[in-house]
Ligand binder design. Structure first.
Ligand code: CUA
Length: 368
């Protein structure tokens, strides 16, 4: 972009113009209110000034009409600001179901970006124009703030949580990306570029690299961390079955029901006893705090998200011939009766008990 002077950054996303209108509205209202108050102060100071040392001013009764007007009118103006702001807030902070997912991790001092298809980059973000994008964001260390002025998006990235924001870029181009929260020595260097591309160009870009999809990287982690020992994909192991769990309600042993979203899965990995699934005992699962990076967590979640469809034989089942005790027949096995599985040596699933045809080897969790 050529350097140029302008009051506003370019308008490059769908909601950008609306945010500008709200901003202009706030400025205009503030100017009118400030001017109105100061003009009145000076006018009254002149009009009601003391004209002689012994002047006694007349007694003035209040006016309920005036008081009501100056209370109700500003209140209505404030409500407009509130309603307008809320609408824009929800536009930016809730994402449409067809949004493309992109995952961002802030880290002293860089932005690491990964795509479900497997691309990874640092201080660069590529998105197609005209499609809603959902950024899921986390921090590896301290609070950062992800800020793209031209897209009018800014969201703090807080350690310990996933945050998300969504936007639809409208104008292909290259825009500055900033960290907008002081995060240490090189905070000012925590900058990068966002490239908004034509959809066709974006498809080419996506196809041009990558080291296996996020789901397949997550599957590797699932094996490495030993999750697959207890979370069998299609039969009850010592721990809950994870297929089709993403996005669906989970009944807890305290009677509550929660939705298995990113935050729930993240918490269950790091603090397994926080929410115990109904029918399971606490302390069966160890915490993985400190053993998995935020990026890895995102991959793991992408893997769990990819576990959809009807039950299939677990990964590697055909090669190992291992059998676990309790949940062998896929019934509602309890942790007690499946504890036999705890001693199974291989972190790989059991022999499938299945009448279903073998799925094609292209399914996400077989894509190794
Ligand atoms: Cu990261 Cu400032």
């Amino acid at each position: 972009m050529e350097p140029h002077f302008s009051l506003w950054p370019e308008v490059a996303s769908k909601h950008a113009a609306n945010i500008d209108y709200l901003f202009i509205f706030l400025c205009v209202v503030s100017i009118i209110m400030t001017a109105g108050i100061f003009v009145t102060v000076f006018w009254f100071a002149m009009k009601y000034r003391r004209r002689s040392p012994d002047e006694i001013p007349p007694y003035i009764h209040g006016s309920w009409k005036l008081e009501t007007a100056w209370s109700v009118l500003p209140f209505l103006v404030m409500l407009v600001m509130f309603g307008w702001g809320v609408k824009l807030y929800f536009d930016a902070y809730t994402s449409p179901p067809n949004a493309l997912d992109v995952y961002v991790v802030g880290k002293q001092w860089m932005w690491k970006v990964q795509y479900p298809e497997g691309q990874q980059e640092i201080n660069e973000l590529h998105v197609p124009a005209g499609r809603p994008i959902k950024l899921t964001m986390a921090s590896e260390d301290v609070i950062h703030s992800f800020f793209i002025p031209e897209l009018r998006i800014k969201r703090d990235v807080v350690p310990g949580y996933f945050n998300s924001i969504s936007f639809t870029a409208t104008k292909p181009g290259r825009y500055h990306l900033f960290c907008a929260e002081y995060c240490g020595t090189q905070h000012s260097g925590m900058v990068g570029w966002v490239t908004v591309m034509d959809p066709a160009e974006y498809e080419n870009w996506l196809a041009s690299g990558g080291t296996g999809s996020m789901a397949s990287q997550g599957e590797k982690l699932f094996q490495q961390l030993g999750c697959s020992t207890c979370h069998l994909l299609d039969q009850q192991g010592r721990c809950p079955v994870l297929r089709n769990v993403y996005g669906s309600p989970v009944k807890l042993d305290d009677g509550r029901t929660v939705i298995a979203d990113d935050a729930y899965i993240r918490e269950s990995v790091l603090d397994p006893n926080a929410k115990i699934v109904a029918g399971f005992k606490p302390d069966i699962m160890p915490t993985f705090q400190g053993q998995i990076s935020e990026e890895g967590m995102m991959q793991l979640i992408a893997y769990i998200k990819s576990l959809t469809g009807p039950p299939r034989p677990p990964i590697g089942a055909a090669d190992t011939g291992q059998t676990y005790g309790g949940g062998r027949f896929g019934g509602p096995g309890t942790p007690e009766n499946s504890n036999a599985g705890a001693t199974a040596p291989a972190p790989i699933g059991p022999t499938p008990i299945t009448e279903r045809p073998q799925p094609p080897r292209t399914s996400p969790e077989r894509n190794r």
